[in-house]
Ligand binder design. Structure first.
Ligand SMILES: [Zn+2]
Length: 341
């Protein structure tokens, strides 16, 4: 074993002790696409104790350009990504315990996983912002570090979230635009993926080897084509009133995730959020809440409308809320949870 990891243990900040720690740790990787396969291969080569990979898709030809664990045969066979990844990873390192889950990620399934066994690190390799918000709440509730990562085109962004120390994703959402285009619409080049993966794996190795103190405190984003690289200090964005990491957290994305349905309204800059539990919204109560906060509103017997942070929110008696001024579900949800959560 020591021969295999000799170059990594020679690296002083990790050493023999750090390597031992890495070999006892369990990483939960959400997504086995481009970021997922890159993260998985690096961590398995680095000798992590256990890796659980969740992904619901199967391998397609359009994946092969950047999803490094997959082969033509996998695409031919339409193998589920988690299964194909596990097969390849196990050939790379047979000492690592690898669990492949071909699943949808929901608040419920993710919470069950972290309750059933200890998870030392959550790695974000999804392309779905709703899932990131679920991860964010799970990470806070169970005090598990997680590393956010996303890329599209030649652009990438990443941030390390340490519960109790750094701001969380919800804190950042108020000021940083994190959602937007996906690689299905604007494409992606492989080096943007590798760059995000490198940042994520470096942070993972710090956390897993007992060196969390060395984690990067800045939000990093870059565009490899436009030759831009930005690192922003976001530590002061930690919000004591944040519903996910603040002083009295409600974890809205795991408590309400299964109760809300969202839809971007076609041709309009609006997102509709519909709570699935039946029941009317208490508009008089909502009025009182807005009055105490000094927020102006208009109302009729069927709806109440008010403006905050450049968005108009319309709450209907039947429970629905329209968020105007955005097409981004994550931004709309963040506003929704703040005023109705
Ligand atoms: Zn927060």
């Amino acid at each position: 074993m020591m021969e295999r990891y000799s170059r990594q243990t020679l690296f002083a900040p990790i050493g023999e002790d750090g390597q031992k720690q890495i070999s006892t740790k369990h990483v939960l990787l959400i997504g086995a696409g481009a970021l997922g396969t890159g993260n998985a291969e690096a961590l398995v080569r680095a000798g992590v104790g256990k890796l659980t990979v969740i992904d619901r898709d199967y391998v397609e030809w359009s994946n092969l350009q950047r999803q490094q664990l997959y082969s033509e045969q996998d695409a031919q066979d339409k193998l589920p990504k988690a299964v194909a990844a596990k097969e390849r990873l196990q050939k790379i390192n047979s000492e690592v315990e690898i669990v492949a889950l071909v699943n949808d990620v929901t608040a419920e399934s993710l919470e069950k996983l972290v309750q059933e066994e200890s998870v030392d690190l959550l790695l974000d390799a999804t392309d779905n912002f709703d899932i990131r918000l679920i991860m964010n709440d799970i990470a806070q509730k169970y005090e598990i570090p997680w590393v956010y990562g996303a890329c599209v085109g030649s652009y990438g962004i990443t941030f390390t979230i340490l519960p109790g120390e750094t701001p969380c994703l919800s804190c950042l959402l108020k000021t940083v635009p994190l959602g937007g285009a996906t690689c299905d619409t604007v494409g992606i080049i492989a080096p943007a993926v590798s760059m995000v993966v490198s940042h994520q794996v470096a942070e993972a190795l710090k956390i897993l080897s007992g060196n969390s103190k060395d984690c990067r405190k800045k939000l990093v984003s870059f565009d490899l084509w436009k030759n831009q690289y930005v690192a922003v200090d976001v530590q002061k964005m930690k919000d004591a009133a944040c519903p996910s990491c603040g002083d009295s957290p409600t974890y809205p994305n795991i408590s309400f995730e299964n109760q809300t349905k969202t839809a971007v309204l076609c041709g309009r800059d609006s997102v509709q959020i519909r709570p699935s539990h039946n029941g009317e919204r208490d508009l008089p109560e909502l009025k009182r809440m807005l009055q105490t906060q000094g927020i102006q509103f208009e109302s009729n017997p069927y709806l109440l409308s008010f403006e905050v942070e450049n968005h108009r929110l319309v709450a209907f008696k039947d429970g629905r809320v329209l968020v105007h001024g955005t097409k981004e579900i994550s931004a709309a949800k963040s506003l929704y949870y703040r005023y109705f959560g």
